[in-house]
Design a binder for this molecule. Sequence first.
Ligand code: MN
Length: 205
Amino acid sequence: MEINKLYSLPKLPYAFDALKPYISEEQLKLHYQKHHQAYVNGANAVLEKLDKARKDNTDLDMKATLKELSFHIGGYRLHNRFWENLAPAGKGGGGTPKGELAKAIDAEFGKFDRFKKEFSQTASSVEGSGWAVLTFCEKTQRPLILQLEKHNVNIIPGFAILMVLDVWEHAYYLDYKNDRAKFIESFWNIVNWDMVSNRFDLLKK
Ligand code: MN
């Protein structure tokens, strides 16, 4: 099998208008075609810059270059996960987690509503651009919430990313203007809990 040594935009698992009314067609298109694509392009540009410098045996500003690489690959991967953990409302989207994930969330947070509140507060309090992330520590077997700034700050290396919510303004501004809280509330109607639960089950194996 030939390995593609550059990144490419993954296919969306639903139509552009499938997440209405919580995310409009225009908002989803812009987010996916322009913003997600920009991280793909950004990551590839850095990889090509690295390739070229090695080929020409020239020096790079490693600090700046690798910071840029982390930012763009972080953005690329988080968006992949974001599209996957969404589904049309009532057709796979919304409701509450089931199975082992539901048990783990109850054990950690007491009940689902407490998790939902903490996750929403995490998303609403991101300073500037960033993400709320549900993650899992295999060592302690605890589901944990992270608040990522940009795409790559506050990451805990090795922690699996189960579910993400993008709260960059580009994720919601067309639909919600500056009302991030309303976008966060809408998010719960389109969470693909089956996908998040499957990911959790794979980790627990
Ligand atoms: Mn985004």
